[in-house]
Design a protein around this ligand. Sequence first.
Ligand SMILES: CC(=O)SCCNC(=O)CCNC(=O)[C@H](O)C(C)(C)COP(=O)(O)OP(=O)(O)OC[C@H]1O[C@@H](n2cnc3c(N)ncnc32)[C@H](O)[C@@H]1OP(=O)(O)O
Length: 430
Amino acid sequence: MKIEIRPVERSEAVEYLKVLPYANGLPNWEPAPASWHGGPEAWPPPRTPATEQQLEAWADEVMADGFHPQAAFVDGKLVGGSAMLSLAITVPGPRAVPFGGVTATGVIATHRRRGLLRGMMQAMFDEALERGEPLAALSASEGGIYGRFGFSPATMRARWELDRNDARFINCEPSVGSLELVGAAVARQAWPLIHQQIRQRQIGELAPDPDRWDGLSDEAAGTDGPMRYLVHRDADGNLDGVANFRLPWSPLPEHTGALVVEGLLALTQDAYRAMWMLLTDFDLTRKIVAPNRPIDEPLRWMLRNPRAMRITRQSDNLWLRILDLPAALTARAYDTTAELTFAIEDDSMCPHNVGAWRLAVSPKEATCTRMDVRPDLTMDIQSLSSLYLGGMSAAVLAGAGRIRPHRLGAVKDTARVFRVDPEPFNTFGF
Ligand SMILES: CC(=O)SCCNC(=O)CCNC(=O)[C@H](O)C(C)(C)COP(=O)(O)OP(=O)(O)OC[C@H]1O[C@@H](n2cnc3c(N)ncnc32)[C@H](O)[C@@H]1OP(=O)(O)O
């Protein structure tokens, strides 16, 4: 059996697409408990294979700038594919840092568990490092696969529910701006405009693809009905909030009357409050469901009864992988002045990260250099990747034995250096 891992050429792009589950109408995602989404069903797969015409159109996208596909060939036959997108993520500073986003991944069922994904992943890591991308990231289809490649959760998300009768606000003052229900054409303009400003301050947000919001439409989607769009304008008429919601129909009594908020971004507290006040008191609905929200949603603190907002699922969102340790750690900023010393003990896919490091930070600058004395703590590259955006607790990782301190106070110092507030969050994946 001869295995070859290499980038795809245009003449092979359709074959590459044909190994991907979604192009075959196969499941692309772990079957989530129904509670993850608004309705009674987990997100269904496309169910039917892509047509030759669709594959030809997608093949051009495979060769586009910024999309870096790799394929695995066994005895000359293309049996696996994966790709990295060159994107940017907002890290503490806030600053935009380039990263390689792993996407469009699959190996055909007859050729799995033979190391083909590992081979493609290594090739993609090496290429990302050559392009100067110090980080890789992904959304994991299954939680048990990607840790072995050095990825670890760096942002989280929550699904919550709130009964309409319990949605009583502490401050009910009317907004100084105005709300308007709009069509998809206005929403397609509002989302990029507002997201672009949010991305400049929200740690974890990603630069969108140019066509990210093209799919917003007024057409009905099965039993979900059409998506509805709400915008908020400030007192001068400038857009400062946007939300997408739907009112799905369900045959199950426990799911009827839900208003599902698929996305909501606000630039001001006034816009945030005004949009939630309308969405949580929509006539002829019973409860509000928000399936993809930050775990530190301010709405809870606006309610007279904060317990009424029930988190019904909390899960990992973006998984991060530090590829180039000193470049990554000096690309973000730090609020404090401190010196941390730590060792990374094992990183077979990026061996240049292994060893002892000294990270010296201040609000003005950060340096990260090798050292040869005993460091204050030892950790794996996954733990450092989870700490990087500032959303994970060093104490929890130490409690799990993933960070091993060699000095009293070393874990507390690590937490102080990396932690950010509010929690990192990304509104969408890739
Ligand atoms: C980021 C995204 O794109 S998410 C989409 C990912 N795609 C899918 O989930 C589609 C269905 N699955 C597949 O096509 C394949 O199983 C893939 C792509 C996930 C893995 O491809 P493979 O070539 O089988 O992986 P490979 O053999 O390199 O596995 C490397 C390691 O991961 C393990 N592994 C692979 N898949 C899984 C899995 N589904 N669950 C648990 N472990 C797994 C292997 O056992 C192996 O372990 P080892 O390092 O201890 O030897």
